[in-house]
Design a protein around this ligand. Structure first.
Ligand code: AMP
Length: 562
């Protein structure tokens, strides 16, 4: 039974959310839907992303909106372009069977295009504060009929410096409107805005920041700075089939960790502010589609990403703010699933860990970095888990294709298959020593001071390197400026060999205007995908021709590597 029926929402809305698989309202929806439907007061809701807050405010508003009027009735303000697109997509889904138009307006995209779309008279606008102000200044927005104003992630908007924009928009909209403020945290700035712009608001709180999700297991691993990446690799290997975000502190660290993982054959990528908007969109898309299953990100860049099925969150570096730790960890364990949060802690970070534990009341258990044997054991478990849970891509297998195996016992066959599947990993760990066990240091301050100095020196060194890279045109990974580096979707597991790649590139670049052969640079074949370099002037040939070619029946795809 769909428990939303008890909320008195209209059949059009119930039908749409039924198709999305929503069966019962989430905690915040249980509280906000009846309130918004029946009350005229403003509202402050303390709730994080992932609690179902978009539906919490938009479903009751859609129920009351006047779809015969073509004036803007709902304005939703949110901090990032990604969130803006997510919210407008959700609202469009919910209003699928209604005569409602929703338009998203955000920076970094053509304002002319957005103004054109506003001419189609949407009743709902979802926007970032800066772009909304730009559009107000261009007289492209008429807010005279606004009934509802939603400030989503108000704390984020304020911490991103949108205070003046918010105040302007709040005062540009009719006084009669109902304002709903959603925030993950309640800090002084949020309190001040609500005091000045909301009238006697009703307050609700769902899963407040200090309310730790019970379905997340928290672990920490003490590891020296030099061993961090190797420890990370072991944690990933010891937790097969994971879909995770690895949080880093700086953009440089994020790129470094992502490069390390990619070079080691993981389907990983980096998300941080040094990438262009288009590059960030591509990475997020790849992650959502699970073309990559590990995302290495800074806190800010990961904000706009909405994924519900993360199995793990890994803190490669601890954040300074305990709330950020809870925020990061809370990205796993969503939608009723269990999650694991793992933190790599340097011996000198015991004070920081203590602070996080006491501020958040989270129990974080110490674990030791898995040994090679433990990893292989976990991987074997991972193979079986995959065998028995992944049915989507299975095809009807004709038994006549299987050769006569009667000379082998079942056990021998399983053994052989596992050896085949885990060969690379077993070889890697065969002669590897266990990581030296580290202990938390009590001489916290001494260490952290020294550590800070060391980090600073390291950062300076990196900045120097970066300067050098910039001089070369800001493409640190490319060895040769005449070459373009491509990501290619096939790898060792597809039995791809260097000769195959040469052949593919030659075919894709043959017959150009000059009949000249394309120069081919580095070819790097990893487990699930590969990289190759081709002379710049053949970039378009590679991009357009490869996608219409097949390798052993598999579709091929090449993209310019970020
Ligand atoms: P939000 O907090 O709005 O970002 O929503 C988090 C996720 O939960 C989104 O992917 C929604 O589609 C999903 N969601 C929202 N409400 C429900 C519900 N009642 N049942 C199932 N999924 C929901």
């Amino acid at each position: 039974m769909n428990l939303f029926t008890e909320t008195s929402l209209s059949p059009d809305i119930l039908k749409a959310i039924g198709e999305l698989g929503y069966e019962s309202p989430t905690e915040i929806q249980k509280q906000t839907i009846p309130f918004i439907l029946s009350d005229i007061r403003d509202l402050i809701a303390l709730a994080q992303t992932g609690t179902g807050k978009t539906a919490a405010f938009s479903l009751p508003i859609l129920d009351m909106i006047d779809d015969t009027s073509r004036k803007i009735q709902l304005l939703v303000l949110c901090p990032t372009r990604e969130l803006c697109l997510q919210i407008s997509k959700d609202i469009k889904n919910y209003s699928k069977y209604m005569n409602i138009k929703t338009t998203a307006v955000y920076g970094g995209s053509s304002i002319v295009e957005q103004m054109r779309s506003l001419k189609e008279k949407p009743q709902i606008i979802v926007g970032t504060p800066g772009r909304v102000i730009d559009l107000i200044n261009r007289k492209a927005l008429d807010f005279s009929a606004i009934h509802w104003l939603v400030l989503d992630e108000a704390d984020e908007m304020l911490s991103m410096g949108f205070k003046d924009e918010l105040e302007t928009i709040l005062s540009e909209t009719p006084e009669t409107k109902q304002t709903f403020l959603f925030s993950a945290t309640m800090n002084k700035e949020v309190e001040r805005i609500s005091k000045n712009y909301l009238t006697k608001p009703h307050r609700i709180s769902v899963g407040s920041i200090n309310e730790v999700k019970k379905n997340i297991t928290h672990e920490y691993y003490v590891v020296g700075y030099r061993q961090k990446k190797e420890a990370l690799k072991r944690l990933i290997d010891a937790n097969p089939n994971q879909y995770s975000i690895i949080f880093c502190r700086t953009r440089m660290e994020t790129q470094e960790v992502a490069d390390f993982l990619m070079q080691n054959g993981y389907a990983a990528d980096a998300l941080h502010g040094d990438l262009s908007q288009a590059q960030r969109d591509t990475v997020m898309k790849k992650f959502r589609l699970k073309n990559i299953d590990i995302l290495v990100a800074t806190d800010v860049a990961a904000r706009g990403l909405d994924v519900n099925s993360l199995t793990h969150v890994i803190h490669f570096s601890l954040p300074d703010d305990p709330e950020v730790f809870v925020h990061r960890s809370g990205r796993t364990g969503r939608a009723g699933k269990d999650g694991i949060s793992m933190a790599l802690i340097k011996p000198e970070e015991s004070r920081k860990l203590k602070q996080i534990k006491s501020a958040t009341k989270i129990e974080i258990h110490e674990r030791t970095i898995p040994t090679g044997d433990q990893i292989i054991k976990a991987q074997v478990g991972g193979v079986f888990e995959k065998l028995f849970t992944e049915h989507e891509d299975l095809f009807e297998f004709d038994d006549s294709l299987i050769p006569d195996l009667s000379n082998f016992t079942k056990e021998e066959l399983v053994h052989q298959l596992l050896q085949f599947q885990l060969k690379d990993l077993a070889l890697y760990y065969k002669d590897k020593h266990d990581l030296v066990e580290q202990k938390l240091s009590s001489r916290d301050d001494d260490y952290s001071r020294r550590d800070r100095g060391r980090d600073r020196d390291r950062d300076r060194g990196r900045d120097r390197d970066r300067g050098r890279d910039r001089d070369r045109g800001g493409k640190p990974r490319r060895k040769d400026e005449n070459m373009v580096r491509f990501f290619f979707n096939l790898g060792k597991k597809d039995h791809l060999k260097k000769l195959d790649v040469l052949d593919i590139i030659n075919k894709a670049t043959a017959g150009g205007k000059t009949k000249k052969r394309a120069e081919i640079g580095d070819i790097e074949i990893l487990e699930k995908f590969s990289f190759f370099e081709v002379e710049k002037s053949f970039k378009d040939n590679v991009l357009s021709n490869i996608q219409s070619m097949k390798f052993k029946g598999k579709d091929m795809r090449a993209e310019v590597a970020n």
